[in-house]
Design a protein around this ligand. Structure first.
Ligand code: PEP
Length: 249
């Protein structure tokens, strides 16, 4: 039985006051859930949020990391640093990083390897653009993105990872994939992995991301191959984020 998971990707939002208010609101309203709750603040607020959630069941994730552990990499943040300040998870290969910061499949795979080496659980994002969906190559794109990490690190590595299917056309647009559309891609992902290792496929958590909100979360998460959500916009409001966690568990 896969534990559901809801992760809030705060992206580059918040200042000290706003972050204080948000994490305190989430903590105050979080009264336990069978779903795992994860918050992903910007790097600079990770230590503060780590202190705020200490002793609660809420887990901490970064939004990105360097593929190198230490050295002359100005402006980068390493896996050992994230472990040091209490991260359990790290979002990798988010479509915003792929599209705006030139993260290729190769870079994504290198970061994935570095996360695993440092005992961080990657929340590894995959998903097609609108053009790719219209060209009917969604499955080919998803397969290529998965192959990039499986070819490099082996299918067994997915035992220590979470995948997030995030159709790029649904991110931040208010245009959610329908439960059927999302389930169909999630089933494709699980079947593809089952072709390599049935046990890994069965236990792998695959989150949906793309304009998930309190109104659509329950129906999406009820789909057989959707194991929770990676939430952007709706994770910036404590009440909305809590409602999605409650919808999941
Ligand atoms: C995201 O960026 O991971 C995301 C799912 O964003 P939103 O929920 O705002 O679409």
């Amino acid at each position: 039985m896969r534990q559901k998971m809801v992760a809030g990707n705060w992206k580059m939002n918040g200042t000290t006051n706003g972050v204080h208010e948000l994490i305190r609101g989430i903590k105050a309203g979080f009264n336990g859930s069978s779903a795992e709750a994860v918050v992903c603040p910007p790097f600079v607020y990770l230590p503060f949020v780590a202190a705020e959630i200490a002793g609660s069941a809420i887990k901490l994730s970064a939004q990105n990391m360097c593929d190198q552990d230490v050295g002359a990499f100005t402006g980068e943040i390493s896996g050992p640093m994230l472990k040091d300040i209490g991260c359990e998870y790290v979002i990798l290969a988010h479509s915003e990083r792929r599209a705006m910061y030139g993260e290729t499949d190769e870079v994504a795979a290198s970061k994935y390897a570095a996360a695993l080496k440092n005992n961080l659980i990657p929340i590894f994002c995959i998903g097609e653009t609108l053009e790719e969906r219209e060209q009917d190559i969604t499955e080919a794109v998803i397969a290529r993105q998965i192959d990039a990490i499986v070819d490099a690190e082996g299918v067994a590595s997915l035992a220590n990872a979470v995948l997030a299917y995030e159709p790029v056309w649904a991110i931040g647009t208010g245009k959610t994939a329908t439960p059927d559309q999302a389930q169909s891609v999630h089933a494709f992902i699980r079947n593809k992995i089952a072709g390599l290792d049935g046990g890994i496929a069965e236990s792998l958590r695959i989150l949906y991301g793309g304009s998930m909100n309190p109104a659509n979360a329950a129906e999406l998460i009820a789909q057989p191959d959707i194991d929770g959500g990676l939430i952007g916009g709706a994770s910036l409001k404590a009440d909305d984020f809590l409602a999605i966690i409650n919808a999941a568990g």
